[in-house]
Design a protein around this ligand. Structure first.
Ligand code: TXA
Ligand code: MG
Length: 330
């Protein structure tokens, strides 16, 4: 059931459900999360089961503030603390060494833990209420609230369409950021960018004072992370990325025969067939990120078979959108 978190009773009900080991979906500024008490292994197992996600793929633990980090992390390198100071609450997840015995199931058995402090007011209210409850729930393990491999949800209705009416969903409107948080691994001596988000490499490097490495560049292998699999975030329809000229040429070839095709492009395309579903990609990377997953979901809901997307521009501010589109197309 979808409920309005401005109603104090709805928020209290969500806290009670989480204390009892049940699942609650909640909005963050990036995407909606499917939350469970991070310290309750049975509750965390329910998250893996609901998503259909392999249980060795670690979950991000959401905390109300930077002070909660020491509950879960054994050590916070100075550059990681600078990132916390600069970007929390906000769309940045840090991988840190895990405190022994804490949230092993949420961490998928790894000796590290992903931590994030979201800025969405509903996420903040929920996390604070959980932390102050008796017994307290100091952190919520929450992957994106979609089935494994599918597009992340950016509205309460998206979540309901993934999991049905049985799941509690707090409705916080449409997500402002629209793509998942950037993930920086802080366990390898120097920062490693595991997943780009809307924070640019330059912003992250400026805040932590060190260059960001890419996964293969530093020491040991990155743990298998579902958000880093080549094929992920995929709609049912097949996605192809093309430049504007190739996209127009492909439409021209099909002419009036074009059917079951949707396009998302900055260029204005000439489509001879009125059955081609066209959506305009914003010129601004932030705005494109905000719309991306809703557009892919709309195309799926309309039953298109092919989604042709104009490749995003080269700028670093498009890294997050480009990354998600490449995975959707893989
Ligand atoms: O914006 C977000 O990050 C959203 C919202 C709900 O906070 N959450 C999200 O969670 O995208 P999820 O589970 O869909 O993606 C989390 C990513 C996965 O690729 C996971 O493998 C990686 O984070 N991850 C989590 N803990 C990790 C760890 N200890 N080491 C390496 N990767 C980790
Ligand atoms: Mg996900």
């Amino acid at each position: 059931m979808i409920s309005d978190p401005r109603d104090p009773a709805a928020l209290q009900d969500a806290v009670r459900a989480l204390q009892a080991g049940e699942l609650v979906a909640f909005p963050t500024e990036t995407v909606y999360g499917l939350g469970a008490d991070a310290g309750n292994d049975a509750a965390v197992a329910r998250v893996f089961a609901a998503k259909g996600r392999p249980s060795d793929h670690p979950l991000i633990v959401h905390v109300p503030d930077g002070a909660a980090v020491s509950r879960f992390a054994a050590d916070v390198p100075a550059f990681a603390q600078r990132l916390i100071d600069a970007f929390w609450p906000g769309p940045l997840t840090l991988i840190l060494p895990r405190r022994e015995g804490v949230a092993p199931a949420a961490a998928g058995g790894h000796d590290t833990i992903g931590l994030r402090c979201p800025s969405h007011p509903v996420a903040q209210a929920l996390l604070l209420a959980c932390a102050r409850a008796e017994p307290p729930v100091p952190g919520l393990a929450a992957p994106s609230a979609n089935r494994f491999g599918r597009v992340s949800p950016t509205s309460a209705a998206h979540v309901a369409s993934e999991f049905g009416e049985g799941l509690r969903v707090l409705d916080g409107g449409s997500c402002e950021v629209g793509i998942e948080s950037a993930i920086v691994d802080c366990t390898r001596g120097r920062p490693v960018l595991l997943r780009p988000g809307v924070l640019t490499v330059r912003q992250i490097e400026a805040a932590c004072g060190e260059p960001l490495a890419r996964p293969g560049e530093v020491g040991r292998e990155a743990p298998r992370a579902s958000g880093t699999l080549a094929s992920h975030y995929a709609p049912r329809a097949r996605v192809r990325l093309m430049d504007a000229a190739a996209l127009q040429a492909a439409l021209d070839v099909l002419g009036e025969q074009a059917e079951g095709i949707a396009t998302w492009s900055r260029a204005i395309l000439q489509t001879p067939s009125s059955r081609v579903l066209r959506r305009h990609m914003p010129e601004d990377a932030r705005e494109a990120a905000r719309q991306l997953f809703a557009v892919l979901r709309e195309f799926d809901a309309r039953g298109v078979q092919l989604i042709w997307v104009e490749a995003p521009p080269a700028g670093a501010d498009w890294d997050g959108v480009r990354d998600r589109l490449q995975r959707a197309a893989a």
